[in-house]
Design a protein around this ligand. Structure first.
Ligand code: HEM
Length: 428
């Protein structure tokens, strides 16, 4: 559907065929991002990979992500960090349970995703307390309406409505925080292969054709925190919400995990490889609840034809992953949470080859954090299902349990997730 949002020509894509047209058949034409006011003010004038226009700079930075920062080997190297952070989450659940009956799992998941990100960015990250608030404020600004992006001739109204001043304040606070992170980092001798270490060595070894400056480092860190924390945490919340709602699947998956890890104290990443139902549950959750329901906007670099229609250069494209993932042409009973569909057909995946399932996008702009995110989600869910049985808070029935989305750009649950854990003791 081609329409005008304000003064901006916008193509809205809601079927898997059209998603494939954009992200595969015409990927080279639609690989750019529109310049938005929030990205200009917050993300170091387009130095962040997520909002950089398509071109040489974006290609080189994206390669750094795919190969050096978030490639499979690098993600594997964080296994111990993941293990320790998950064990710490289990301790938090035990502690919370000893104080009151139900546990705020939203809080547990949110701390876990931030702690693991901070740890892999720099071993000495000392600013976690400020980070969460800044991520919230930054994400809210990206979802907030501003005139410049939709009615550029009325851009002066943004100043009256204080959009600009809010964005500049948040940007200043981010910059101060990242400056401290970099100063702390440079002051320590022992560096252990974390992201900042990798970035410094890439700069020393001149792995890119331009000089990697402090601003690039800051923009990359903002990308990591901005794109990597909410998305993972929202998914963890939805997986557990779907499982308490569907008790039968919860019991089945616990059976799978407990049989495979019989006689063990904790789960290893080797064990995860054999957990087919766990993987299917995560896929089905991402199908129904993609954390970025409209992905990240794209823009056409030249005039082209899609399905016989002319799409002019400079058209903004919104890909409605929420609708594509529920397209009745691709899915039977699309509204139903049914992980078994992925046990019967294991060929459909979210890694960019199947355009009916696109929670991570596709084509050149596909999310580079898939391995990192999935490793965190799998180990966290498997571990808390291994150690605890989970129930709804006292007196709540499954029908009363709220499964609605919060308003806004990210499809978070409307309510915080409180559940009651009952510890299961495994004999070793
Ligand atoms: C469940 C977790 C996640 C989901 C669902 C998700 C989803 C997405 C989506 C939909 C896009 C846009 C893709 C497109 O335009 O086709 C994206 C881009 C991106 N994501 Fe993720 N993401 C997740 C986790 C992460 C993590 C953990 C990181 C890093 C630590 C990350 C870093 C990025 C970056 C840097 C981009 C921009 C890529 C580009 O523009 O070339 N993401 N992600």
């Amino acid at each position: 559907m081609l329409l005008h949002l304000g003064q901006i020509r916008t193509l809205i894509v809601s079927s898997s065929e059209m998603a494939q047209e954009i992200m595969k058949n015409h990927d080279d034409v639609f690989a750019s991002r529109p310049s938005t006011k929030a990205s200009k003010l917050l993300l170091y004038e387009g130095k962040s990979v997520g909002f950089a226009p398509y071109g040489e700079y974006w290609k080189q930075i994206k390669k750094l992500y795919m190969v050096h920062l978030l490639g499979p080997l690098k993600v594997k190297s964080f296994e111990l960090a993941r293990h320790e952070e998950v064990q710490s989450a289990v301790q938090k659940i035990r502690h919370a349970q000893s104080l009151s009956n139900s546990v705020d799992l939203s809080e547990v998941f949110s701390s876990f995703t931030l702690d693991i990100l901070c740890r892999v960015v720099s071993k000495n990250f000392s600013q976690k307390h400020l980070l969460r608030g800044l991520i919230e404020e930054g994400t809210a600004l990206f979802g907030e309406f501003n005139f410049q992006d939709y009615m550029p001739t009325l851009h002066f109204l943004d100043i009256l409505l204080k959009f600009d001043s809010k964005a500049k304040n948040v940007s200043k606070e981010w910059d101060n925080l990242l400056e401290e992170v970099l100063t702390d980092y440079l002051s320590i001798d022992e560096k252990e292969g974390d992201f900042l270490d990798v970035l410094l060595s890439l700069r020393t070894n001149k792995k890119v054709d331009f000089e990697l400056t402090k601003e690039h480092f800051k923009a990359i860190l903002m990308d990591m925190f901005g794109a990597g924390s909410h998305t993972t945490f929202i998914t963890l919340e939805w997986v557990m919400a779907e499982l308490v709602k569907d008790h039968k699947t919860m019991l089945k998956i616990q059976h799978e995990i407990r049989i495979l890890c019989h006689n063990k104290e904790s789960i290893t990443e080797e064990d995860l490889k054999k957990m087919a139902l766990l993987k299917a549950v995560i896929k089905e959750t991402l199908r129904l609840h993609p954390p970025a329901p409209l992905l990240v906007p794209r823009e056409s670099l030249e005039e082209t034809q899609i399905n016989g229609y002319d799409v002019p250069k400079g058209t903004k494209v919104l890909i409605n992953a929420w609708a594509v993932n529920r397209d009745p042409k691709s899915w039977q009973n699309p509204e139903k949470f049914n992980p078994e569909r992925f046990m019967e057909d294991t060929s459909v995946d979210f890694r960019g080859n199947n355009f009916q399932l696109i929670p991570f996008g596709g084509g050149r702009r596909i999310c580079p954090g898939i391995n990192f995110a999935i490793s965190n989600i799998e180990i966290m869910i498997a571990t808390i299902l291994f150690h605890f049985n989970w129930e709804l808070p006292c007196g709540m029935t499954r029908d009363e349990f709220d499964m609605s989305d919060a308003p806004g750009l990210s499809a978070r649950r409307n309510e915080k997730l409180y559940l009651v854990p009952r510890e299961v003791y495994h004999t070793v």
